[in-house]
Design a protein around this ligand. Structure first.
Ligand SMILES: NC(=O)c1ccc[n+]([C@@H]2O[C@H](COP(=O)([O-])OP(=O)(O)OC[C@H]3O[C@@H](n4cnc5c(N)ncnc54)[C@H](O)[C@@H]3O)[C@@H](O)[C@H]2O)c1
Length: 441
């Protein structure tokens, strides 16, 4: 099938490469000319495991091309996917400006039968609004008689950064929200080769499923963080609590890691957008404000705790491990690690940070306030404390005896409980995690 993918970010590029891997002909479009030039040369402009190799393969097969010119590729499209960003407005609602601008552009150019798919995460009603805008632009361009040939299907994306391509190719479900049975079949066919259950439903349900999924996962994280805070007060260990409840298949083991809370480009914005959406429809979704509040407080508690423990941070040399919002990505959008680093900098701390992949993106946010080290151990030279903010696997591999020698004070605040099982007190470290109940001093 011929597919046009508009937006080549984490979602658009990964799914574009994924569909090309399945044998479709994919044209990827983006307004960012620099990004398109790099992609054209086979270079992925962000870190996402496996995408670089898969891109080279599909390029060699001639299954993918990159352009900034939608007009040059739209003619052959059987399916057009919209994968542009839907960032939060200051009110929390999703900003659909770019998505609607793309819809207008598509409508201006469209002259044939096509199935539109919104891959972006969007509030209920957006797919219908996109379809209406495309048809309106076609009408304005004098092609009203063709508007009935254009259908829309909501196919929300569930991939996770860090495992995005594998998540796409081995999806655990494909949600297809459509009015039109034939359009739904086309999308089912497009996903042939992905052996996952199909949830065929209405457009509204499909739109809401995506928000429900992210809000539920965020709720799990906030729940275990509440348990962690209680565990600290009663002398229990939240890791054991997570294991003890996670073995119950009704609960499951995932998203039960206590720490400084969730971040990233999806959970914060999607929980807020769902709360907004509920309010717009006259419903007070009581759980969501609490999920958000717990998540924000988790960072506050960790930050206040470490400032208190250090007796202030002004002028103190502090090492930070991890700036990405989670491991295996270079994405720092809404990263709790960046937030905590910025707070420390604002208080005059002398920060040296290390992240295996996110340094370049972090530099854009932290500007000149932070020094960046080339290795994890280098970041700790002369430090009075180490703060672990992202659970990169390599942090567990360092030589802790060498690390101790490099630090002025062998003190670790672990915001992810990432090193909690390494018995660092045996190396002479003072170690503090989140919700571990008893502390290794
Ligand atoms: N990142 C994730 O893990 C994830 C997972 C599931 C769903 N989503 C949703 O997918 C959507 C995209 O997220 P993302 O992380 O890929 O965003 P992103 O910011 O990485 O990518 C968006 C891309 O769209 C391009 N773009 C902007 N305006 C354009 C235009 N007018 N024409 C063509 N391209 C344009 C940008 O240059 C950028 O490359 C969001 O709605 C997000 O909520 C994201």
């Amino acid at each position: 099938m011929n597919l046009v993918m508009i937006g080549t970010g984490y979602v658009g590029l990964t799914t574009g490469v994924g569909f090309a891997t399945l044998g479709h002909k994919v044209a990827c479009v983006d307004i960012d000319a620099g990004k398109i030039a790099r992609l054209d040369m086979g270079e992925v402009p962000f870190y996402e495991p496996g995408v670089q190799e898969a891109l080279k393969e599909v390029q060699a097969q001639g299954n993918i091309l990159f352009t900034t010119d939608l007009k040059s590729v739209i003619g052959g499209a059987e399916v057009i996917m919209l994968a542009v960003g839907t960032p939060p407005k200051s009110t929390g609602e999703a900003d659909l400006t770019v998505l609607f601008a793309v819809a207008d552009q598509v409508g201006k150019l469209l002259e044939h039968e096509v199935v539109l798919v919104v891959k972006s995460t969007v509030p209920v009603g957006t797919n219908r609004a996109v379809l209406a805008r495309v048809r309106e632009a076609m009408t304005q361009a004098g092609r009203e008689e063709l508007t009935s040939l254009v259908q829309i299907v909501s196919v929300p994306e569930f991939l996770r950064e860090g495992t995005a391509l594998a998540d796409f190719l081995h999806s655990d479900r494909i949600v297809i929200g459509a009015d039109d049975g034939i359009a739904a079949q086309t999308i089912d066919l497009l996903h042939e080769g992905i052996h996952a259950p199909r949830v065929v439903t209405s457009i509204e349900s499909a739109e809401l499923i995506k928000y429900a999924a992210n809000a539920f996962l965020a709720t799990k994280i906030s729940f275990i963080n509440e348990m962690a805070n209680l565990a600290d007060r009663v002398g229990a260990d939240v890791r054991d609590i997570a294991q003890g409840i996670g073995l119950d298949p009704r609960i499951g083991p995932h998203f039960l890691k206590a720490g400084i809370g969730y971040g990233g480009s999806c959970f914060p914005k999607d929980v807020s957008a769902l709360e907004q959406l509920s309010g717009e429809h006259g419903y007070s979704f009581r759980l969501l404000p609490a999920v958000i509040e717990v998540n924000n407080r988790q960072r506050d508690l960790f930050y206040k705790h470490l400032v208190r423990e250090l007796g202030g941070v002004k002028g103190r040399r502090i090492a930070i491990w991890g700036l990405a919002f989670k491991p295996d990505t270079d994405d720092v959008r809404e990263s709790a690690a960046i937030d905590i680093t910025q707070r420390l900098c604002a208080q005059g701390a002398d920060i040296v940070a290390y992240d295996p992949k996110a340094t370049e993106n972090a530099k854009l946010l932290l500007a000149d306030t932070v020094q960046f080290a080339p290795t994890a151990i280098d970041a700790c030279a002369g430090a009075e404390a180490l703060i672990v903010l992202t659970e990169w696997p390599e942090f567990r591999e360092v030589s802790f005896s060498a690390l101790k020698d490099r630090m002025i004070e062998p003190r670790i605040f672990d915001g992810r409980n990432h090193l909690a099982d390494l018995h660092l007190s045996e190396y002479g470290f003072w170690y503090r995690g989140v919700g571990l109940g008893s502390y290794e001093d």
